[in-house]
Design a protein around this ligand. Sequence first.
Ligand code: LLP
Length: 420
Amino acid sequence: MHNFEYRHGELYCEDVPVSRIAKEVGTPCYIYSHATLIRHIRAYDQAFKSIPHVMAFAMKANSNLAILRLMAKEGSGVDIVSGGELFRALKAGVPPAKIVFAGVGKSAEEIRDALNADILMFNVESPAEIQAIHDVASSMKKKARIALRINPDIDPKTHPYISTGLKKSKFGIAADRALEEFKQAASLTHVEVVGVHAHIGSQLTEVSPFVESLKKVLGLVEALKGQGINIRYLNIGGGLGITYSDEKPPLPRDLADAISPQLKGLDITLVMEPGRVIVGNAGILVTKALYEKVGEAKRFIIVDAAMNDLIRPSLYSAYHDIRPVSEVIMQRARHTVDVVGPVCESGDFLAKDRMLPEMKPGDLLAVMSAGAYGFVMASNYNSRPRVPEVLVKDGEVHVIRARETYDDLIRGEAVPAFLG
Ligand code: LLP
């Protein structure tokens, strides 16, 4: 469910015509719906209301300060993966007691900053990292709370680039080594083992991999109890999929219904790290047609957005629905086209082989479901300034990130004196 709908033949974001926003801030631009964000975050939180839980929005999906502030105001924490994300989260007012820190390569500086902020816990991914956290904590005379991320070896049945819980993956500690590693960690003086973490992948469209993973994790929790290690937090990661085209992913409620019964009666707080499901369908990328080109074998619509603005189609062959902002043009002749950007790469496309009406220069297209892993993965490739982000609320349009300028492109660069 989202708030991008046609009214009077025009695509709207909530009560605002998308074409008006495009006129105001230019194209390309990302547009997010406040109402959708709020609905998604509340639906997820509500679904789990029967069990003690901490919601930690996976901010890698969308880390704009305004979005984070909104999450914090809704009572959500965040899942971070870098010092930069910690910085953003603190700036946005996310309470440190609701911040969890994942990732296979945390540096000593990042660990120190997180300990200084007194975050809830580190999700650790290897024995070497446990030692590193211990050493930094010891030098600061602190005790670091940690959860061990285990790799439950479960196939989430999603794109290989976003599967993380298989044996061959770089993430987590193998389930059969976990007990030993937990015992080892529990013997250290400057870490406190408080949780188990298992995130198996992203864009999952079934509940069963979550349930299987939870079963393995609960088995481990039981075994740990036998060893005198009491687990207080159980982190199931994120990963719930969304509808990009015709997928029918489970709702947060379905996930909650499948896993809550297994947690009843356990003295455990559930931690969840949803990303895509909260922001994915709360955002679109708006782009303008520049040219139509009829090639020998293909027809192209060349638009002003490119792979540097939204890399998912190029990187994962991801499907994003593309809709004309004005429905009127749907009456024009239609053709099968590739929608491509101006970047000098054959891999620069937003869509392939789509049936779309003929486009005139200036006609607007909306790339749907672009709120997650959209702007955050944007780059300046081809020296293209990154595009603005806009938040719509109650009929008002708020620019939450300005379009970059050419000066932004060269900020920090220097020509050494020897080059004259
Ligand atoms: N927790 C951990 C430890 C993660 O690694 C991730 C995502 C999440 C939570 C959030 O997962 P979500 O609920 O968003 O599925 N760039 C890719 C997705 C990469 C996901 C990485 N980890 C894409 O555009 O599809």
